[in-house]
Design a protein around this ligand. Structure first.
Ligand code: ATP
Length: 307
């Protein structure tokens, strides 16, 4: 049986004047996914998320949440969705706890225990009674996630949740998302351009480029299809390039004297022999897997503004 689709966009399009920020975008987020929406700056991620959470209306196409068109039953459907879109805004002179109580109050609930639970879940139990203006960026992001959790949503939509966080904050956010996904079965849709982060956190991704869908698949499948990559560090470089050409191997990238070449692990011995025969000094020859970053760069080659 195929997994239940919790969020589906159908030919979603948003135009600002003549400019199509999002065009003909069909996405499918399944129950249990941590789904990454990837794209360069200006690719249309935030616009997509704003349409998915009904902050803005699409020009055409539609958004189905839990099988229902959001337009038909907006409040009831969105009650099952938590969201953190752009930088979370809170009253700075109120405490984290009071901010959450006010927000929960908007949905008609006075469940103080739930507020405490959410603060605890995001690791803010000890700081809940401090004013938000004393919070670091990472704490504000965590408070944003706590706010998204308040109504026990089945789906949480996060726009750039690791924006502006330091490495520890990024790790904390990854663990939080992973924990909520595994332990409470929460489905996530996350937009990001931190590719390494997405590779670690997400099971499925969509790559959006200039408003259009480039690819949508499981991360493991994308990477398996991308084949193996080897790192070669040898000198002199022009001779190394000649060896690559003689072996018929494509050089994927070249950075600071290190070449990344498409090469299966079994073919590494032939590389070593050829480099030796050509008189190269070999410093490093390591097998490796393609990364999501490499896949992404290939899929979006030409940059955000290219024709
Ligand atoms: P980033 O990673 O930089 O946040 P993004 O993928 O989230 O980028 P969007 O914010 O969705 O991109 O923007 C997509 C395009 O639509 C951009 O070219 C942006 O300038 C344009 N755009 C977004 N909102 C509006 C608006 N209200 N009016 C006009 N153009 C807009």
């Amino acid at each position: 049986m195929s997994a239940e689709v919790v969020l589906r966009t159908e030919a979603l399009t948003k135009r600002f004047g003549a400019f199509a920020a999002v065009e003909d975008l069909s996405l499918e987020v399944r129950r249990g996914d941590v789904f990454g929406l990837l794209g360069l700056n200006g690719a249309g991620k935030t616009t997509t998320i704003r349409m998915a959470t009904r902050l803005i209306a699409p020009t055409s196409g539609r958004v189905l949440l839990f099988g229902e068109d959001v337009r038909d039953n907006r409040l009831e459907i969105l009650n099952r969705v938590g969201a953190m879109v752009e930088i979370p805004q809170f009253y700075p002179y109120l405490t984290g706890r009071t901010n959450l109580e006010l927000l929960l109050g908007l949905s008609g609930s006075r469940d103080r225990a739930r507020v405490a639970e959410c603060l605890d879940r995001v690791g803010l139990a000890g700081r809940g009674d401090d004013r938000v203006r004393t919070y670091s960026q990472g704490m504000r992001q965590r408070l944003g996630l706590a706010q998204a959790l308040l109504t026990r949503p089945e789906l949480i939509i996060l726009d750039e949740p690791t924006n502006g966080l330091d490495p520890q904050g990024i790790l904390d956010m990854r663990r939080l998302i992973g924990g909520l996904n595994r332990e409470e079965g929460v489905t996530f849709l996350i937009s990001s351009h931190l590719l390494h982060e997405v590779e670690l956190s997400c099971n499925r991704v969509a790559i959006v480029h200039r408003g259009r869908l480039k690819v949508q698949d499981e991360v493991s499948r994308l990477l398996a299809g991308a084949g193996s990559i080897a790192r070669v560090r040898a000198e002199p470089l022009d001779l190394v390039r000649k060896v690559a050409a003689a072996l018929g191997v494509a050089i994927e990238s070249e950075e600071a004297g290190t070449l990344r070449v498409r090469c299966e692990p079994e073919a590494l011995a032939a590389w070593a022999a050829e480099l030796h025969r050509a008189g190269c000094r070999l410093h490093e020859l390591t097998p490796g897997k393609a990364t999501l970053e490499e896949y992404f760069l290939a899929a979006t080659a030409g940059g955000p503004h290219a024709a």
